[in-house]
Each structure stands twice: as C-alpha cells, then as structure tokens.
Design a protein around this ligand. Structure first.
Ligand SMILES: Nc1ncnc2c1ncn2[C@@H]1O[C@H](COP(=O)(O)OP(=O)(O)OP(=O)(O)O)[C@@H](O)[C@H]1O
Ligand SMILES: [Mg+2]
Length: 179
C-alpha cells in the first residue's frame, strides 16, 4: 500500500507494513538520494546505520544523500577497496564503511571501525548486517530492496527502503523520518 508522498518524493508505505517502523518506495535514483538527504539532516554524532541490500540495491546512493544532508561537499563513492572513508560535513564528520570484502569479524579491528563507532559523527555501514552483533545494540538497520515485481520491462525497478530501529535513538530517527 502506498499512502501519500513524503517530501523526499518517495511514497511512504502505510500501516500494512508490519515489520519496519517506516518504509518508503523510491521510484528513481534521485528519490533514493532525496530520502538519504532527509536522513542525513537528522543524524547526530554516534548514530550507527547499517545499510542492507543486494549488490546494486542503492546503498551508496542513499549514503550520497546522507552526506548531502550533512553538508558534505565531496563526492561519495563505495569504499569497497579502502573499506572506510571519512567525509567532513558542515557540523561533523561522516564515517562511511563498506564491509563487502570482509568475511570474518576478526578482520573488523584492522578497519578502524571500532575507533569511529560512537565517536564525533554518524557511521554508515554498507554490508554490515553480517557483523551486526559486533556493531552494537543501538543501530538503525536500513534495508533496501528492488521491487522487481512492479518494474517496467527494460527499466530499473523502484527500491523499497525500510527502517528497522534497534534502541531509543534509532527509533527517534525512524519516527522523524515517518512525519
Ligand atoms: N530508487 C531507485 N530506482 C532506480 N534505480 C536506483 C534507485 N536507487 C538506486 N538506483 C540505482 O542502482 C544502482 C546501484 O546503486 P548503488 O551503487 O547505490 O548500490 P549499492 O547497494 O551501493 O551497491 P553495492 O552493493 O555494489 O555497493 C545505481 O545505478 C543507482 O542509480
Ligand atoms: Mg555501494
């Protein structure tokens, strides 16, 4: 069910969605970025976001929007090979990780992620769900999926972007996204 249009341009999914606190349908890359921008405007130091979704689901595009919402001027790309990147925002840094290439939690130490979790800026982690336990109890899980069933032949399908908060602060972020 789609109910109304949020100011990100994405349709909010209504009360038929029983699991996620709030979910959106982004019909284009621009809408994914716009949703991220709204999210980025809400973030505070120490917030942890785990972005989950298949290859090409839109995690980096959402992060580009988050960065824009935080006033980051640099171009954000997937840190698949560097694993971690830091961007200077207007109010605080954005820590961006991509854990795709890691296959064991013992490798996390070397990435430096434990130094930035809970530090002076939010941390956005692509492919982090496999290490969710190590990333802390207070987490906003953001699940992106391709809506293949609703796609037009030859066109990229829209994406569902669903928020699953764990903890008080993540719940606050999700509820602010819902208004
Ligand atoms: N809502 C959308 N509708 C259509 N295309 C989209 C949407 N959101 C993102 N895309 C497109 O999906 C492609 C992949 O996006 P992106 O690189 O952000 O994915 P990713 O999840 O970070 O992938 P990876 O797992 O490889 O890091 C891009 O070409 C982007 O433009
Ligand atoms: Mg990516």
């Amino acid at each position: 069910m789609s109910a109304g249009v949020q100011n990100a341009g994405s349709s909010a999914v209504g009360s038929s969605d029983t699991e996620a606190a709030v979910a959106f349908v982004a019909h284009s890359t621009d809408q994914t970025v716009a949703l991220g921008r709204r999210l980025g405007e809400l973030l505070e130091p120490g917030d942890v976001l785990v972005l989950t979704g298949d290859l090409g689901a839109g995690k980096t595009q959402l992060t580009k929007g988050i960065a824009a919402g935080m006033g980051v001027a640099d171009d954000v790309c997937s840190p698949t090979f560097t694993i971690g990147m830091v961007y200077e925002g207007a109010r605080m840094p954005l820590y961006h990780y991509d854990l795709y290439r890691l296959d064991d939690s013992s490798q996390l130490d070397d990435t430096g992620i434990f130094d930035v979790l809970g530090d002076d800026g939010p941390c956005v982690i692509e492919w982090g769900e496999q290490f969710a336990d190590e990333l802390g109890d207070e987490r906003l899980d953001v699940v992106l999926s391709r809506l293949d069933d609703e796609s037009v032949a030859g066109e990229e399908p829209a994406r569902r972007v669903a928020f699953y908060p764990h903890g008080v602060r993540p719940e606050q972020i999700a509820s602010r996204m819902a208004v």
